[in-house]
Design a binder for this molecule. Structure first.
Ligand code: TH1
Length: 829
């Protein structure tokens, strides 16, 4: 039914593989084939899930020719490949993106209509693969999208978690986590390749022996092994015939179960090995920016990295490839420290398995890796106790020791007699326990080290790795993060996309700097009116969704003020909440006449790491405040707080295009970059924000008349810390702050129980590590400026248009160009 068979076509592989015709007829035929022969049902009996599965497989079959062609071309090309190593990929739904990339949106809509199928319901059937926590995982997904669109050879390597980020619900205002069984109804986008499985060893011991030439060699005898099975995902470029590959590894037992034990009747024991092995890729650790040193997490890290290196060296490079030339063919980009164990793994492969000299192997390894650091929080820099690493990966620990020894010799040579520096720079920390500092290992091994925004890269040089910067200043560079305009503008905001395309053409989708051409239209009243119409339509769409999804009403006449991101103290959701309560308290106490309150809906979205107690208390408090404020007649409905549960990529795509105000209010020096900030600005929201992360660059580009800046600079934060920060002093001196906190402390929001909020309030008044109280006054001032600006719709529209026009820089295509120029192919690009 497909013409030439797959095998025959693939073998010939001289021209394009036949795709189904890109017409409504062709699409309907392929879809019905998939429904009948793939899913095994007739249209009349099919469920929504059948229809979703068949539609997904239909879209797949349109992309298949390009995928095969791209793979074939890459094998011939002999170019350098980017091996993106990331423990997280927060992909979001695939159907819409793949329809967009293959330009089949309209055809699919018409085809489904012809089949009498509700396309919106079918789209709603997809469970997004939530294989990441937040910004770091989403960044990886944006990067692979951009590389495909730019036709750069890239393999994304990661873990196929059976359970992604937990599903959040609220019970009595508190977060409850439920497992995310995203694979339950089938996963039509993945291609398992058990024939490409690789073995990964763990634990055991090392031994030395003499090879044929009498050289002393080391080998590792692992105590146990698991099988890594790759699952391939298509990463289509935007309408360019390119489809790259994301290769995610799933852990399986080598032997399903022990038949003898099973026959003896000990069923639990018989399947123990299987369960043990499969645990490795069972679930994503739900911690964002604060790793916890759990053994299973190290197993996950080594597992996917060992699979990936093996896969690239043995199965992707041509047979008999001379590994001396490895750096010509691969650059492994380390997405934070999670994959850094790849460094000793490559050394082990080269030295122990391939018989390379140490120096030779090290010369190669240092050119095969580059390291991206995504944080500044000291508690977020991964360290692995020597005891644990030595037990799980004994050979890797030996290799790390030797890397460290030779590195410290280098330091001694560069800075003779400076023993303090040597202790500071050692890859092995001695206190509080002996542990491997993964960021240092990555910095020593990496050809380049980059931060993710200008400010962050500077602080990385000055505060986190100053000794390394002194030694190798040229190693350090910046690449400011970006977001893919395909998903976050073209797909998520079709109305704004059409308006932009009607005005300046559609080149912006792959060349986002072209948005500059919108600047003159900021002065065009008709364009501004259409821009406002788009925002209103997006708000209505979000209202419809929230009605169905959460049973809440989104007031269409309100300023929509949005704070969506992981729940973290440094991001300061509490500061936003203090603002909300202060508005309410003002009315309650009679200080503010209610008619003077700008009608506003504050929308939060945030998951807390399940073990992060304070974050969960803050979630409780937000929900408690919402319940009161939303229903207290004194507010006359002018202040609403919404907190839809389970914020994820799918919800983001609806929330962001509807937002008026974007909250980016972390304490300066704490948010490495942020990427939500970019998504909002590009969708026509104005930012209220601090001089932190990429906010600094957004402000530079849009100009301070179109950005609500407030708060301390990073050096001012440091100075205040030096002087001694006393949060209670702000409480004592600012009557509005005092009244706000007292209202919370009175139990007003918690059924008269002050104890229910004491953890959050005690922390604020006595510690406040992220200086929410110090920021309160300036933040309220900035919110006043927001309200004055919002009262002038023409001025507001003008600013939002200028935000869109001036933020083309934040395309992840630009980030990828910067990686190519500064890290992956300097001098070549
Ligand atoms: C985030 C940063 O917090 C954020 O500022 C940045 O925009 C994003 O990465 C992308 O660069 C991080 N996420 C994690 C997650 C883990 C560990 C460290 C970080 S930093 C698990």
């Amino acid at each position: 039914r497909r013409g030439p068979s797959f095998e025959a076509t693939h073998e010939l592989a001289t021209g394009p593989v036949a795709s189904p015709p890109a017409t409504v007829d062709g699409f309907v035929r392929e879809f019905l084939d998939q429904l009948n022969f793939g899913q095994g049902v007739k249209l009349s009996q099919s469920t929504i899930n059948d229809q979703y599965m068949a539609l997904a497989r239909t879209v797949r079959s349109y992309l298949m020719a390009s995928w095969l062609e791209t793979g074939h071309r890459r094998r011939k090309e002999e170019t350098k490949v980017v091996g993106y190593l990331s423990a997280e990929y927060l992909l979001g739904r695939q159907l819409g993106n793949n329809l967009l990339a293959s330009d089949l949106q309209d055809i699919a809509d018409q085809a489904m209509e012809r089949c009498g199928i509700d396309m919106a319901a079918v789209r709603g059937q997809e469970v997004e693969p939530g294989l990441g926590n937040g910004g770091l995982g989403r960044l990886a997904a944006c990067f692979v999208d951009s590389l495909a669109t730019m036709d750069v050879a890239c393999i994304g390597y990661g873990i196929r978690y059976e359970y992604g980020i937990f599903r959040q619900t609220f019970v009595d205002h508190r977060q409850v986590e439920e497992p995310d069984s995203w694979l339950r109804l089938g996963s039509p986008w993945e291609f398992p390749h058990p024939e490409r499985a690789v073995q990964v060893g763990f634990a055991g011991h090392t031994e030395t022996y003499a090879d044929e030439q009498g050289r002393e060699r080391t080998r590792w005898a692992p105590a146990w092994q698991v099988r890594g099975v790759p699952y391939h995902y298509m990463v289509p470029g935007f309408r360019n015939g390119v489809v790259n590959t994301l290769r995610l590894w799933s852990a399986e037992a080598n032997q399903a179960f022990d038949l003898q034990t099973f026959n003896r009747g000990d069923y639990a024991q018989a399947s123990r090995a299987e369960i043990f092995a499969e645990n490795i890729s069972k679930v994503l650790y739900p911690d964002d920016s604060t790793p916890q040193g759990k053994e299973l997490r190290l197993q996950q890290q080594y597992f996917f990295v060992a699979c990936s290196l093996r896969d690239f060296i043995e199965n992707t490079l041509p047979r008999d490839f001379d590994l001396h030339r490895l750096p010509e063919r691969i650059i492994f980009q380390l997405n934070d420290t999670h994959p850094v164990i790849a460094v000793p793994e490559l050394m082990r492969i080269l030295v122990d398995e391939k018989g390379f000299d140490w120096d030779e192997a090290w010369g190669i390894t240092r050119r095969c890796f580059a390291y991206t650091c995504h944080t500044l929080l000291p508690e977020a820099l991964e360290v692995w106790p020597v005891e644990l690493l030595g037990r799980l990966l004994p050979r890797h620990l030996e290799i790390i020791y030797r890397i460290n020894e030779e590195f410290l010799l280098e330091v001694r040579e560069a800075f003779p007699g400076d023993e303090g520096r040597i202790r500071r720079m050692s890859i092995i920390a001695e206190q509080p326990q002996r542990a491997v500092r993964m960021a240092y290992l990555a910095t020593v091994a990496g050809a380049k080290v980059n931060g993710v925004a200008e400010l962050h890269s500077q602080l990385l040089r000055d505060d986190v790795l100053p000794d390394f910067n002194a030694m190798w200043p040229d190693k350090f560079t910046n690449v400011t993060n970006g977001i893919t305009p395909r998903r976050f503008l073209r797909l998520a905001n079709r109305k704004l996309s059409s308006l932009i395309t009607d005005t300046i053409g559609d080149g912006w989708v792959t060349d986002l700097d072209r948005l500059r051409e919108l600047e003159p239209y900021a002065n065009d009243p008709e364009f501004r009116r259409r821009f406002r119409e788009v925002k209103a339509a997006n708000k209505a769409r979000l209202g419809d969704l929230l009605q169905v999804r959460d049973g809440v009403e989104l007031r269409q006449d309100h300023l929509l003020d949005v704070m969506v991101k992981r729940l973290h103290e440094y991001k300061r959701q509490t500061l936003k909440l203090l603002h909300v309560v202060s508005v309410y308290e003002g009315v309650l106490s009679g200080r503010t006449p209610v008619e003077q309150v700008t009608p506003r809906t504050v929308l939060f979205g945030a998951k807390a790491a399940p073990g992060y107690h304070m974050a969960k208390e803050i979630i409780y408090l937000i929900n408690a405040v919402a319940a009161k404020v939303n229903t207290d007649p004194v507010m006359d409905g002018r202040l609403q707080v919404l907190f839809p549960a389970n914020y994820n990529v799918t919800l983001a795509e609806k929330v962001i295009p509807a937002a008026d105000l974007s909250e980016q209010i972390s304490l300066a020096g704490k948010e490495a970059s942020g990427t939500g900030n970019m998504k909002f600005a590009l969708n026509g929201a104005l930012t209220i924000g601090t001089l932190d992360g990429a906010n600094v660059e957004i402000l530079d580009l849009v100009g301070e008349d179109h950005f609500f800046l407030f708060g301390m600079t990073e050096p001012e934060v440091e100075q205040l810390l030096q002087r001694g920060y006393v949060p209670s002093a702000y409480y004592d001196q600012d009557p509005v702050l005092k009244a706000t906190i007292d209202l919370i402390g009175s139990g007003h929001f918690t059924g008269g129980d002050p104890g229910a909020v004491s953890a959050v309030l005690d922390n604020l008044l006595n510690h406040d590590p992220f200086m929410a109280l110090a920021g309160f006054h300036a933040y309220l001032g900035a919110q006043d400026r927001v309200e004055r600006a919002y009262a002038d719709p023409e001025g507001w529209s003008r600013s939002t248009i200028l935000n869109v026009a001036r933020c083309g820089f934040f395309s992840s295509d630009r980030s990828m160009r910067d990686y190519l120029d500064r890290i992956w192919a300097p001098g070549q690009a």
